[in-house]
Design a protein. Structure first.
Length: 655
């Protein structure tokens, strides 16, 4: 029993040792398992962290892709907007350049008018100087005549003293008187012939003037006045010749009354000298006024030059701004290309994740670009066609202007020749009048008429300068109105562009506003087309106004030339009548009729050209106005449709 108990105790101890060893092994294994579990937990945590980091990186990459895509979309939109703005700026620059060209042409025409006015005023000043010289010569001649009259009075006193001793010489004087009477009869016969020739020339002049007046009803009223004045002058010349003949007969019959007539002539000559002095003073005063007008014309020319310089500065500024805008657009295009490269790289990395989105967006972008390109191509075609038509019209107008310039130069040369002949005829007339003894009165009348003509011409040139200034002011006002309309349409386009951006953002977020975006882009294209049509209409109206002004100037020049031809022919007829040369009068009549027919044909050709151009411009304007009305109606319908489709927050921005 004791052995069993000892054996049991030993066995129990062994069992306890074994249990303790097993417990130690279990504890070690538990520790190992805990360590392994902890290591597994740590590994799992590390893997979870890595997976979280990977998920975060994936999300960051996705967000970065979205940001890059949004940035690229915004950049593409910005570039589209900038391209549209640059195109609008180019169109505005083209319109401004066209307006500047028109303003420069108007300034050149005004300068030419001012230069012509200055040249004519200088010529008239030269004429006034020549008239003053003639007046001075006439004054000197009057002094000489006064001296001669004094000598004659002395001789008459001597004759009175020697009358008693001159009884023997009465027979010789009687013979001389008979010879003088014979000469007087010959002179009377020559005067009768001259009167017949003058009557024939007057009848021919009356017939020719009647035909000219029948052709030109209202435009040649001034010519009628000039012809009537010329006829009155001829009648006055005839009356003066008859009076001279009567005076000569009275002198022959009344030899004793010579002293009284000489005294009266001396007093009349003194009065005429005083009157001529007054006329010389008036001519000097008129010359001063003409010089003042020349100074005003020069001031006008300087002001026009300053305005032209300011316009050039403005054009330079606009060109600089356009160059800067082009540089900015080029830089933006470069940045866009770089961004496109980055986006291509990012898309290459994440193609698998965003293939569906990219396909949809590409399809949408292609549709939008196709619609925009179609609208742009339509607008560019219409603008190119209208510009080609306008350029062809401008070339035709420039050719017509060159032809008119050549014709005006030829007419000016003919006028110079006619003026030279007129000067010669006037010199011959002066000689003849000096021989007849009525040179002083006729020279005074000519000086007065020339001064009146100078005054009327100066007033006409003042009126023309004022009309030119008013036309320039009207053109500036029209340019300002056009700029205001362009600014208003530009603001509308900016508003539509903002609305387009907002709708694109909404479409990116919601994906259901693509139709509205397309309609808004169509409205943008329609607004641009309306702008182009309005610009074309404005340019057509401006060209019509320019053609009206050019035709009015051509008509004025033609009428002035006709008047000059008629005045020249009347003066030449007077000179030939004094010379009693019928062949020369016939030649003069032929030249007058030919020149008048040539001038009338030129005026008719210019009128037909003006009418044809105005008809074509009217048809083009009617077509453009019809297109504009149709476009406005379509745009109003599309706006109403888009307003019905838009949400409330977008309607507020639209309003």
């Amino acid at each position: 029993m004791q052995r069993k108990a000892k054996h049991y105790i030993s066995a129990q101890k062994q069992n306890e040792l074994h249990v303790s060893s097993l417990k130690a092994q279990i504890r070690a294994k538990d520790d190992q398992l805990k360590q392994h579990y902890q290591s597994i937990k740590q590994k799992s945590l590390a893997r979870n962290m890595e997976s979280k980091e990977l998920r975060l990186e994936v999300r960051r990459l996705q967000a970065r892709l979205l940001d890059m895509e949004s940035q690229m979309g915004t950049r593409l939109k910005v570039t589209d907007m900038e391209r549209e703005k640059s195109r609008v700026a180019d169109e505005k620059a083209l319109g401004l350049n066209a307006e500047l060209v028109k303003v420069r042409e108007a300034e050149r025409r005004a300068r030419r008018d001012v230069e012509n006015m200055a040249s004519r005023l200088s010529a008239e000043c030269a004429k006034t100087t020549s008239l003053s010289e003639h007046l001075n010569r006439a004054l000197e001649e009057s002094k000489v005549w006064e001296r001669k009259c004094a000598m004659l009075s002395e001789q008459e006193a001597e004759i009175k003293a020697d009358l008693e001793s001159a009884n023997a010489a009465r027979e010789a004087t009687h013979v001389e008187l008979q010879s003088i009477r014979a000469e007087v009869e010959v002179a009377q016969a020559s005067l009768a012939k001259e009167q017949q020739v003058a009557q024939m020339a007057a009848q021919r002049n009356q017939e020719i003037h009647a035909s000219a007046l029948a052709q030109h009803d209202a435009n040649l009223a001034k010519e009628k006045q000039s012809l009537t004045e010329a006829l009155e002058r001829a009648q006055k010349a005839q009356r003066a010749a008859e009076e001279d003949r009567a005076a000569f007969n009275a002198k022959l019959n009344d030899a004793k009354s010579t002293q009284t007539t000489l005294e009266r002539a001396i007093t009349d000559a003194r009065a005429e000298v005083e009157a001529r002095r007054i006329e010389v003073e008036d001519a000097q005063h008129a010359r001063q006024t003409l010089e003042q007008e020349l100074e005003t014309a020069r001031n006008l020319a300087s002001s026009l030059e300053n305005a032209y310089k300011e316009e050039q500065r403005r054009t330079d500024a606009t060109q600089k701004a356009l160059a800067n805008a082009q540089e900015e657009s080029a830089a933006r295009t470069k940045a866009l290309e770089n961004a496109q490269g980055d986006l291509a790289k990012a898309r290459a990395e994440q193609k698998d994740l965003e293939e569906t989105r990219t396909r949809e967006r590409k399809e949408f972008a292609l549709q939008v670009e196709q619609a925009a390109e179609q609208a742009k191509s339509a607008a560019t075609r219409e603008g190119a066609h209208a510009r080609a038509e306008l350029e062809s019209r401008a070339m035709a107008a420039s050719r017509d202007a060159a032809a008119a310039k050549i014709e005006t130069e030829t007419t000016r040369q003919e006028l110079d020749l006619a003026r030279q002949e007129l000067d010669r005829a006037r010199q011959e007339l002066k000689k003849a009048r000096q021989e007849h003894g009525t040179s002083l009165e006729r020279i005074s009348e000519e000086s007065k008429s020339s001064l009146r003509a100078l005054q009327t011409r100066a007033e006409s040139w003042r009126v023309k300068a004022e009309n030119a200034e008013k036309a320039l002011e009207r053109k500036e006002h029209e340019v300002r109105l056009a700029r205001g309309e362009l600014a208003r349409h530009a603001s509308e386009l900016e508003r539509l562009a903002e609305l387009q951006q907002l709708i694109e953002r909404k479409g990116d977020q919601e994906g259901d506003l693509r139709e509205i975006l397309l309609s808004v882009k169509e409205q943008l294209a329609a607004h641009k087309a309306l702008l182009n049509l309005r610009l074309l209409l404005k340019s057509a109206e401006a060209t019509d106004a320019v053609t009206h002004l050019e035709f009015a100037r051509v008509k004025e020049k033609n009428l002035e030339q006709q008047l000059q031809v008629l005045v020249y022919n009347v003066t030449a007829c007077e000179s030939h009548m004094t010379q009693c040369d019928p062949i020369a009068t016939q030649k003069q009549q032929l030249t007058r009729t030919r020149r008048l027919e040539k001038l009338e044909s030129q005026l008719k050709e210019s009128a037909t050209q003006r009418d044809d151009y105005l008809r074509t411009s009217q048809t083009n304007r009617d077509r453009l106005s019809q297109l504009l009305r149709q476009a406005e109606t379509r745009l109003a319908l599309s706006q109403s449709e888009t307003l019905g489709k838009l949400p409330e927050n977008v309607k507020t921005l639209w309003a």
